[in-house]
Each structure stands twice: as C-alpha cells, then as structure tokens.
Design a binder for this molecule. Structure first.
Ligand code: ZN
Length: 101
C-alpha cells in the first residue's frame, strides 16, 4: 500500500478553464488527483482506482461553452468537453456544467 502523503505531486499543464490536476509517479505507477484534493487515483492498466477505497474512478463529461463571437455570449455555440474524474464513494459527483469560457 502506497503512503499517499509521500507522493510528490506536480501540476499538470492544462488550460486555465480546465479542472486542475496533479500527477505523481511511484514505483512505476501513475497517480493523479485534483489539485487540492485528498482523493488520489492510481492507474491500473487503463483504469484508475481510488487509493483509499479501491473503487473504479468514474468521470463526468463537463461541458464548457466557448464564446468566440464579437460580443460576449454571442458566440458560435461550440462547446468543449472535459472529463472530470471522481471517486463515487469518496467524492461528490462533480457538476457537469463548466459555465462560460
Ligand atoms: Zn474512494
């Protein structure tokens, strides 16, 4: 069992509107967490599981509206999708509404 307090997390390079994530590696295993969160996700194969409870990590598809028009809120109506990971046992389901960019 990994001591998650000993993992050295580094910020991932993400757009400012995205959920900020941090990543660590230990013994060849990749760990991720939301910035400021205590819930750590460990990558097993292609699935992430919660380091605390072992539950498979789910994700909500957060939608961001991209307003690139001349006037605010007049944009093309395009949206950006961003998967927000969460542990269904240790965390509340994140909001799928990312608001306006
Ligand atoms: Zn959990």
């Amino acid at each position: 069992m990994v001591d998650k307090t000993k993992l050295e997390f580094k910020a991932m390079t993400l757009p400012s509107w995205a959920q900020q994530m941090e990543v660590a590696e230990d013994g060849g295993v990749r760990y991720e967490r939301k910035k400021g969160s205590n819930v750590v996700y460990a990558l097993n194969g292609k699935d992430y599981s919660c380091l605390d409870c072992g539950t498979t990590i789910l994700a909500v598809d957060r939608t961001h509206s991209i307003h690139d028009g001349l006037f605010p809120l007049s944009g093309s109506g395009e949206v950006a999708h961003e998967p927000i990971p969460y542990c269904p046992k240790c965390e509340k389901k994140p909001s799928s509404n990312g608001g306006f960019l």
